[in-house]
Design a protein around this ligand. Structure first.
Ligand SMILES: [Zn+2]
Ligand SMILES: [Zn+2]
Length: 179
């Protein structure tokens, strides 16, 4: 078998994914592997395009999330500056941080199991306890949301620039495999 891309050269291996014959130069140029084997140009480009699409989706999600956080922070601050209503301001500032705060206050399965045992032992109103826990969690989430929002904004910005660089790198790679 000869190299799929260099018909005059003998193939020394096959693409790990699609089985096309590859010469040494093609093997040396591979950027990604499949099953620890070198891949052909087409399979390399497919992999790159897949990664690119993934990164672009994440970048778009990041932009939307950050825009929501930013708008909430601006509205919250504007309310505080014009009405001095700190409570409303904190609640609105925290809206963008609520999904993260919600996840962070989630109890582990172990804690839940221990609580269930407690409930059975004490035999008092389990429903009442659940209600109290629910209220405490909502209060925590709202308060923590306001703290989480600006931190998230910073984390998202750093991630955004990392993704932007990664996308540029992948786009260059994609060009390199398009000849
Ligand atoms: Zn291939
Ligand atoms: Zn070749």
């Amino acid at each position: 078998m000869n190299c799929y891309y260099h018909q005059e050269r003998a193939a020394v291996a096959q693409c790990g994914k699609c089985g096309k014959g590859l010469c040494q130069e093609c093997i040396d140029k591979t950027e990604y592997t499949f099953d620890e084997k070198a891949m052909c140009r087409d399979c390399n480009r497919q992999t790159i395009d897949f990664l690119l699409e993934d990164d672009k989706k994440e970048k778009n999600k990041l932009i939307i999330k950050s825009a929501i956080i930013l708008v909430c922070l601006i509205i919250g601050l504007t309310i505080y500056l014009s009405t001095q209503d700190a409570f409303t301001a904190i609640v609105i500032c925290g809206i963008g941080g609520i999904p993260t705060a919600w996840k962070l206050t989630k109890r582990s399965d172990r804690e839940k199991a221990l609580d269930d045992i407690d409930d059975r032992l004490s035999d008092d109103g389990g429903l009442f306890n659940m209600l109290i826990r629910g209220i405490i969690r909502v209060v925590l989430v709202v308060a923590f949301g306001a703290v989480a929002a600006p931190i998230l904004l910073i984390i998202n910005t750093v991630r955004f620039f990392k993704l932007k660089k990664e996308i540029e790198r992948l786009e260059q790679q994609s060009i390199n495999f398009s000849y």
